[in-house]
Design a binder for this molecule. Sequence first.
Ligand code: NAP
Length: 255
Amino acid sequence: MGQEYPGEGKPLSGQVAIVTGASRGIGRAIALSLAAAGARVIVNYHRAQAEAEHVASQCRALADAALAVQADVAHPNEVSRLMSAATALGAPSILVNNAGIAWSGLFQETPWQVWQQLIGVNLTGVYLCTQAVLPYMLRAEYGRIINIASVWGLSGGACEAAYSASKGGVIALTRALAKELGRTGITVNAVAPGAVATDMTATLDAQDATQLLNEIPVGRIGTPEEVAHCVRFLALPASSYLTGQVLSPNGGLVT
Ligand code: NAP
């Protein structure tokens, strides 16, 4: 892969990127940003087929190919099917583990099923997708794995213990795998956003939203595009000396 300067035309052309949970929110912005950089994007989704097909068609307008593929990232068989479908566009060289779910409530009242679901999608999903994509990257001696964590995975969030644990796990997995894969040409990094305007944060009640805004030094919540910008940067061939790192677009909330 040639070196290039960030901001140059289509630095990812010829590459295949898988973005999990790309039908909406942050994943959608990541898919569009990578397509704008020239990548062929696999737009994974769980339930929102129409939205995912729309994102894929927007990606096709930016790059030469894109495909929407349904799969629940928490299940091994579905992830195998996702990888088989993805290779229709070529061997994947970029994986963005973005699919995620949240739940708020007291730790004492967190149902076992909720715990299982959060760890299943947010952490096991990263394990499954990464394991499935690695043979292609190892063969190519090149890859970019970018895991979407959260500031709560760094600092812990009250009434978000299960979510924080799942994202803390993602950060530890990122750091460990970066070391294990250090000499393979594959980098593994995490992006840990603060509060971002998506369906996930739309459920905050007015009081919690105001309190959160007061705590963010830049005085606003982030956009999906501001997170996608970080992901695109890490996905570039030139970001080759960055591995095991956590980049946190959070408006100064956690430093
Ligand atoms: P969102 O708007 O709720 O979108 C979630 C996406 O994940 C959707 O595309 C959804 O697919 C997909 N998804 C959910 N469960 C899935 C599964 N089992 N298999 C495959 N895909 C699945 O969320 P978001 O705010 O964009 O969050 C994206 C990522 O950023 C998550 O990992 C989240 O934890 C992280 N994050 C978000 C914020 C924030 O403030 N929004 C902050 C920090 C970190 P369907 O549409 O098909 O259901």
